[in-house]
Design a protein around this ligand. Structure first.
Ligand code: ATP
Ligand code: MG
Length: 479
């Protein structure tokens, strides 16, 4: 049995978990267990499972919630829902939400084995030998796993799971770099439109006139330079999904035209006479505050309501800090192969900085910081010096205290003075010497400002300089 054939069983009843483990291990399968949907989700994000068997009713989130939530993070994963016999509706609901299958409780393990065989076969058929498993769609459309275990992200996963199959407009809001485009892609990937195109257009990056022809296309001769007729994004996205990125930046006149397409499901090319039918699902995104834009009459309210049928708000990363280490590790894993950095990992102090940082650029910034650090730290751990200076400067007192604690910790472990009974003297002298030398260097050897800065008497400083053997000439010559 290939070792990737790992199974996760999710049930709040310990008995069931135990029985599963016994039965499957006997078959040479590897089995993990989780007592709740929350725990399962965390495991799914850090391990590679062939399939999951989950109970529906558990304390906390249900198995159906879990089913919704895993779609965006582990697209290939096969989820089997276990139901009590009288929950017909749940069974239908489970299948509608994309369960691989369901089994009624109490069940026969032959049924379970048969399902596992089917999952193994379907995986083997889905990818040629040796090709890594990944959620790659047809014609280059691929989906990266959306990572996150915070409650806020779990809610988003569920919304994606539920909204994807519905043919309704979705409006994604959130600060720059929070993953809006990722969510748009996931919505397409899990919709019945998945094999049709996903077309993306950034409304902020294109000038007004060009945007109109990009969206609607143009006829031959519509304007100077229009030597051929061209299809617009609405036409290209027919049957698929049209992602209108940065919709808040679109001009009012064009907003009116978009609104008309949404109402009539048809449009005209620039310079065209005959209407063209469009069946594209609209997903829009913006990092702007549309309520404010509407107040200022810069965004049409009617268009807003057309787009905002299903709202998805992505919280900034600083409001879901528990996701930071997980996402950082995700990027480390992703770039390890690309950059050829096998053993690279995050040092505890780098992780601490990550957790204390505000991440104004959100996940995109985290991605860039990880990438940069991996290039700088050619192997081994990512240390503070591999992070952008702006992240490590201007830290809080707790931060410095923390570093000092760890420094002293190391000193205590490795210092040669450990056993001579003069540890206090050695350490405090070493620190004082360092401190005085640095400050004297900064002030070109002038003792008055240094004593003032230290808050000690000038004579005391003089005495210490003698005692510690600080070479004033050397200190002065540095500057
Ligand atoms: N939850 C997540 N897990 C893993 N990667 C993520 C996640 N969210 C975002 N990313 C990655 O972060 C980067 C930024 O995401 P994306 O482009 O979707 O953000 P955005 O909100 O559209 O940003 P912008 O407003 O700057 O266009 C991408 O490389 C994306 O793959
Ligand atoms: Mg974007």
């Amino acid at each position: 049995m290939p070792n990737a054939a790992k199974i996760l069983v999710v049930d709040d009843e310990e008995n069931i978990r135990w029985v599963f483990q016994k039965a499957l291990v006997k078959r040479g399968l590897e089995v993990d267990a989780a007592a709740s949907a929350e725990e399962a989700l965390e495991k799914i994000q850090t391990s590679d499972y062939l399939m999951v068997f989950t109970d529906i009713f558990m304390g906390g989130q249900s198995g159906l919630d879990l089913l919704d939530a895993v779609k965006p993070i582990a697209p290939g994963l096969k989820v089997v829902v276990m139901t009590a016999e009288d929950t017909m509706n749940n069974t239908i609901e489970a299948m509608r939400r994309g369960a691989f299958d369901y089994i009624g409780k109490p069940f026969d393990f032959d049924e379970v084995y048969a399902l596992i065989d089917r999952a193994l076969k379907s995986r083997a058929a889905a990818r040629p030998e040796g090709e890594p498993e990944g959620p790659a769609g047809r014609e280059g459309f691929s989906l990266d796993a959306i990572v996150g275990k915070s409650r806020r992200m779990q809610e988003i996963f569920k919304t994606i799971g539920r909204a994807a199959p519905a043919d309704l407009a979705v409006l994604i809001t959130g600060e720059s770099g929070t993953g809006k485009e990722m969510v748009a892609r996931a919505l397409h990937y899990y919709s019945p439109r998945r094999d049709k195109p996903f077309i993306c257009i950034n409304c902020a990056a294109i000038s007004r006139d060009l945007l109109e022809t990009e969206l609607f296309g143009h006829e031959k001769g519509a304007f100077t330079g229009a030597v051929e007729s061209k299809e617009g994004k609405f036409e290209l996205a027919d049957g698929g999904t049209l992602f209108l990125d940065e919709i808040g930046d679109m001009e009012l006149a064009l907003q009116a035209k978009i609104l008309r397409v949404l109402q009539d499901h048809q449009f005209f090319k620039v310079g065209g006479r005959s209407p063209i039918h469009s069946d594209a699902r609209i997903v829009a995104a913006t990092n702007q505050d549309l309520a404010k834009l509407m107040e200022e009459k810069r965004f049409r309210e009617d268009l807003y309501h057309r787009l905002n049928v299903i709202p998805v708000h992505l919280p900034p990363l600083r409001e879901r800090m528990e996701d930071v280490p997980l996402i950082a590790r995700h990027f480390l894993g992703r770039f390890r192969g690309v950059l050829g950095r096998g053993d690279i990992h995050l040092s505890p102090e780098a992780e601490r900085i990550f957790l204390g940082y505000r991440w104004p650029g959100n996940i995109r910034e985290l991605e860039n910081v990880v990438k940069r650090a991996m290039v700088l730290a050619s192997s081994g751990p990512i240390l503070l010096e591999h992070l952008p200076p702006s992240m490590t400067e201007g830290r809080s007192p707790e931060f410095w205290e923390d570093r000092l604690v760890r420094l002293i910790d190391d000193y205590l472990k490795q210092s040669p003075h450990q056993k001579d009974g003069r540890l206090h003297e050695h350490l405090t002298q070493a620190i004082e010497k360092c401190l005085f030398e640095q400050l004297l260097k900064e002030h070109a050897g002038k003792q008055v400002p240094v004593a003032r800065k230290l808050g000690i008497n000038r004579n005391t400083l003089k005495r210490k300089i003698d005692q510690l053997g600080i070479d004033l000439k050397k200190v002065k010559n540095r500057h």
